[in-house]
Design a protein around this ligand. Structure first.
Ligand code: NAG
Ligand code: NAG
Ligand code: NAG
Ligand code: NAG
Length: 334
């Protein structure tokens, strides 16, 4: 089966960990849970409640479990690298400035550490479709169970045919500016993890979506919201991994072109020079209307791709698209 001791159990400094093979990387906790000795003088064991692996429900069969497990490992990996990038470069990082503006590094580090290191107890992934959303909703790849179970995530069958491993970073037609972070298991599951109360604490939300929306959020007056913007956290983690690790010093930003008007009529401006603003303004305007909640976005509709499309075709079809969610919960790709 799968290795169990990936998260903790090795003593490596966070900086040197970057040079190690993927499966030998360790979280930079100050303790080594595997080697902790049974206390002699006292029965108190402060770490006894720590669960190092995300629980996967018995409804997942062998292959589903293996894929979700691997995807979660990769979500942890990009969260850990994002954290280490910030720990090393601080706010001198151009990447940090692009996604978080003039904001402080502390809150961002904290949100990444929630996935990189924090206790996984109770953050359940399941495959049995208890809310019947996989069965009834059009092309859902998974969903957060919301008020039915705030720390549970359902993964639908579509995920197994559409999500890519990190090994395919910057391949299959993907680039950061026009691609979707949810193309990868790592980006998709990071997003899903932040929906859960245990990880996102109800604070990681949708203030802006898409590459352009995230960059504009960081550049605008509300840049401090970027630290807890779900899409921003996913984009920074994916781009940091792409640039630092997958294709070192190069990455795959792609061409952050201005968008064509998407024809959905949610903005007056439609010239090619301002239409990307149109799209992002739509997101932020929506968020502004209800700043304290995510009601403008249906959090379960995070990833939708055609069920009948093979992943190879999908790569071509989505490579040049950017998707955003409208106030009524519908998803548009432009
Ligand atoms: C697990 O279940 C899915 C969905 O029913 C199926 O497609 C897949 O073949 C199963 N895997 C194994 C190893 O049986
Ligand atoms: C970077 O952080 C320092 C404090 O450590 C702060 O003085 C400076 O303004 C920050 N720079 C930017 C661009 O946010
Ligand atoms: C919660 O359960 C109800 C009843 O089964 C269902 O209608 C609803 O869609 C579920 N909510 C989510 C977010 O799946
Ligand atoms: C920033 O947030 C405030 C308060 O929610 C809002 O009034 C303002 O329009 C936002 N600015 C931008 C550029 O979205």
């Amino acid at each position: 089966m799968v290795p169990i001791t990936v998260l903790i159990g090795l003593f490596v400094s966070p900086i040197f960990a970057a040079a190690l093979p993927v499966l030998e990387r360790a979280t930079p906790l100050s303790f080594d849970a595997g080697s902790i000795q049974e206390p002699v003088a006292t029965a108190y064991d402060w770490i006894s409640g720590y669960v190092s692996e995300f629980p996967i429900h018995s409804s997942c069969n062998t292959s589903e479990r293996a894929e979700i497990y691997q995807g979660l490992q990769e979500a942890v990996l990009i969260a850990q690298h994002a954290k280490e990038h910030i720990l090393v470069h601080g706010n001198n990082s151009e990447l940090f400035k692009k996604y978080f503006g003039a904001g402080p590094t502390g809150p961002v580090l904290g949100w990444y550490d929630k996935i990189a290191t924090a206790n996984r107890a109770g953050v359940l992934f399941r495959c049995d479709d208890p809310d019947q959303n996989c069965a009834t909703q059009d092309n859902w790849a998974g969903h957060w169970r919301g008020s039915n179970a705030t720390s549970e995530t359902v993964i639908c069958e579509l995920s197994y045919t559409t999500r890519w491993p990190l090994a395919a970073m910057c391949a299959r037609g993907f680039d950061v500016a026009t691609g979707r972070t949810s193309n990868y298991w790592a980006g998709d599951l990071m997003h899903r993890l932040y929906h859960t109360d245990i990880v996102g604490e109800g604070l990681v939300e949708h203030h802006a979506d898409g590459y352009h929306g995230c960059v504009e959020l960081a550049a605008g007056e509300n840049y401090t919201l970027a630290a807890s913007n779900s899409a921003t956290l996913s984009y920074f983690a994916i781009e940091a991994y792409a640039y630092d690790i997958a294709v070192p010093g190069e990455g795959c930003l792609g061409k952050p072109v201005e968008k064509e008007d998407d024809g959905h009529g949610h903005g007056a401006a439609s010239s090619s020079s301002s239409s990307s603003m149109t799209e992002s303004t739509t997101s932020s305007t929506t968020a502004t209307a209800a700043p304290a909640s995510t009601t403008s976005i249906n959090p379960t509709r995070v990833v939708q791709v055609p069920a009948t499309t093979s992943s190879a075709t999908l790569a071509q079809e989505t490579a040049g698209k950017e998707c955003h969610t409208h106030a009524d919960g519908t998803l548009h790709c432009v």
